[in-house]
Every structure is written in structure tokens, then in C-alpha cells.
Design a protein around this ligand. Structure first.
Ligand SMILES: CC/C=C\C/C=C\C/C=C\C/C=C/C(=O)SCCNC(=O)CCNC(=O)[C@H](O)C(C)(C)COP(=O)(O)OP(=O)(O)OC[C@H]1O[C@@H](n2cnc3c(N)ncnc32)[C@H](O)[C@@H]1OP(=O)(O)O
Length: 287
């Protein structure tokens, strides 16, 4: 543990994950010389747009994959590449995630990825889902989800993978891990992330009944931290981010790291990750 804490101070949570023998290679110390200034500041790709304001150190990642920002293998790959670039950029300290689509933040995993695909493809897809969560939950950046629409299942996972959630105050927008309603089961690390957000009992009810919460109900159980009018979601996220960035990065990162280490099952470990991947790939294949 002492080693883990020493390393957490040096590398942040992502760094600690890599010390625990996993994939993550992107502590703040590791700045790739490969990216040009232009590449670092702005990148536009078909499904995701990132704008980094180098004067504030805050990047806004906009998901722009109609109709519903579903998390396909292509989407997840792009998402992870963008996160990785930002993670390696010393000038970026905070990340806000939002959607350009009206009414939808993200519909969660792309259902077409779970239908009629080969075992290899299922494995690749699931690895990308794991990667998205590991990169986001383990990020050294302060992360805020500006949830401007519905966010079921994998969309909810993405939201609770952030440090803070601001949702549009609209009772028609819903959020939650509704997998059981679809006849499938949220993996244990979805559960851990939910428990870390809303506590044990609320998570248990929520998962077993596959509850989707309206924005006001999500606030009541602590699934989101704040509700705001639609036109204020981004500005509120920016204001909130400045409070997070007033905390020295190393202190916030160590605190987060200790919290996660004590409260999260061992997906970061290679064997747990591979076992999870294997079980889920087989499940998807036989659905
Ligand atoms: C023991 C273990 C067993 C099995 C393990 C297997 C898997 C792993 C287990 C769990 C993890 C799963 C996580 C997930 O994320 S599963 C996905 C769950 N997502 C949903 O349930 C969301 C479904 N969508 C909606 O509720 C609505 O679409 C939404 C509220 C997001 C938006 O509503 P709106 O009215 O604006 O749009 P729609 O008309 O409904 O949709 C437009 C368009 O988009 C298509 N669509 C919607 N969701 C998805 C999706 N997740 N993937 C792909 N495509 C999606 C929808 O079909 C419409 O298409 P079209 O008809 O062609 O216009």
C-alpha cells in the first residue's frame, strides 16, 4: 500500500493503475513530443469533437454521433484516443463531457455491437468498453459530465465515471443503469461505480429493478450532483470546473486514488479484466 500511495503521488490514479500491471501509460509526467500544438489544442473527428482552451486548461469533449451517441466500437476507440491525447497534454487539467445532440447524452452501448457478431469482435468491443471506463474513471484530469439529455445504461456509466455530474433540469431526460429491464446484467464494475456514487442500498434497488431516474429523481438519490436549465449546463460546468481546478492536482488525484483503491473491485488487474472480457463476450455471442 505504501508503494501504491507513493506511486499515486507521482503518477496519479492512471499511473497507479499502470503500476498495478495494466494498460494505462499516461500519467501527467509522460508528455509525448509527437503531438503538434495544433493537434493538441483542437481535434475534430467524425463522432467526437474536442476543444481545449489552453488559457484555462479545460477541454470540452462533445459527442456528436447521431442519432443517439451510441457507444459502438468505432465511437469508443475515438473516445479513448481523444482521452489519451488530453491525458498526455500537460496543459489540460480538466475535462467536460457533453453531447451536441438534442435530448440525448448517450444511449449507452450500441445494441448492434451485441448482435450477430463473431466472438473475436465481441471481445474487441468489450475491451473497448473496459478501456473507456478505465481511462475515464482513472483519469488524472478533473472530469465533469454535462448531461444534456437522456443517459441510460452505458451512458450512465460514462457519466458516473466522471468526478461530478451536472444534468439539465428536465423530467423527460432519464439516467440509470437499466440493464436488467433489457434482460441483461450490469457487470460488477458498473455496480462498483454506481455504489461509489449513490451508496449501497440505492445501487442495489437501482440495479435489480433496472431503474431509470428522471433528472429530479436522479438528484434526489445523488446520481447527479446538480440540476440546471438547459442553456446553463455548459457554463455551470465551466464554473464548477474552476472550483475543482483550484485544488492542487496532486492532492485531488491522491485523494481520488485512495478512494477508488479502497472501493473498487480489481478490474484494473489484467486477470480480472480478461476474465470479465471473456464472460461478457460469451454472453453477448449467445444473446
Ligand atoms: C449475464 C450477462 C448477459 C449479457 C451480457 C451482455 C452485455 C453486457 C451487459 C450490460 C452492459 C450494457 C450496457 C448498455 O449500455 S446496453 C444499451 C442500453 N441502452 C438503452 O437501453 C437505450 C435505448 N434507447 C433509448 O432509450 C432511446 O433511444 C433514447 C432515450 C436514448 C433516445 O430516445 P429517442 O426517442 O430520442 O430516440 P429513438 O427513436 O428511441 O432512437 C433513435 C434511433 O437510435 C437507435 N438507438 C437507440 N438506442 C440505441 C442503442 N443503444 N444502440 C444502437 N441504436 C440505438 C434507435 O433504434 C433508433 O434507430 P432508428 O429506428 O433506425 O431511427
Amino acid at each position: 500500500m505504501a508503494n501504491v500511495l507513493r506511486n499515486s503521488a507521482k503518477f496519479g490514479f492512471s499511473g497507479v493503475l499502470s503500476q498495478l500491471s495494466i494498460h494505462s501509460r499516461h500519467g501527467r509526467e509522460c508528455v509525448s513530443p509527437c503531438f503538434s500544438l495544433q493537434q493538441r489544442n483542437n481535434s475534430t473527428s467524425p463522432k467526437i469533437k474536442v476543444d481545449l482552451d489552453s488559457s484555462t486548461g479545460v477541454a470540452v469533449l462533445r459527442m456528436q454521433s447521431p442519432p443517439v451517441n451510441s457507444l459502438s466500437l468505432d465511437f469508443l476507440t475515438e473516445f479513448c484516443i481523444n482521452l489519451e491525447k488530453l491525458e498526455m497534454d500537460r496543459s489540460c487539467r480538466g475535462l467536460i463531457i457533453t453531447s451536441t445532440l438534442s435530448k440525448v447524452f448517450s444511449a449507452g452501448l450500441d445494441i448492434m455491437e451485441m448482435y450477430g457478431k463473431s466472438p473475436e469482435r465481441c471481445g474487441e468491443f468489450w475491451k473497448a468498453v473496459q478501456e473507456m471506463w478505465l481511462k475515464l474513471y482513472g483519469s488524472n484530469m478533473a472530469t465533469i459530465a454535462a448531461i444534456n439529455g437522456s443517459s441510460p445504461a452505458g451512458g450512465c456509466l460514462m457519466s458516473i465515471g466522471c468526478d461530478y455530474r451536472i444534468m439539465v433540469d428536465n423530467p423527460r431526460y432519464s439516467i440509470g443503469l437499466n440493464e436488467t429491464q433489457l434482460g441483461i446484467v450490469a457487470p460488477f464494475w458498473f455496480k462498483d461505480t454506481l455504489v461509489n456514487t449513490v451508496g449501497n442500498r440505492a445501487a442495489e434497488l437501482s440495479l435489480e429493478l433496472g431503474l431509470l431516474y428522471s433528472a429530479p429523481d436522479a438528484l434526489k438519490i445523488g446520481l447527479v450532483d446538480q440540476l440546471v436549465p438547459e442553456d446553463q449546463v455548459l457554463s455551470t460546468a465551466q464554473d464548477t470546473m474552476s472550483k475543482w481546478l483550484a485544488i492542487p492536482d496532486h492532492a485531488r488525484q491522491i485523494d481520488q486514488c485512495v478512494y477508488i483503491i479502497y472501493n473498487t473491485s480489481p478490474l484494473p488487474l489484467d486477470h480480472a479484466r480478461q476474465m470479465d472480457q471473456c464472460v461478457i463476450s460469451v454472453c453477448i455471442y449467445y444473446i
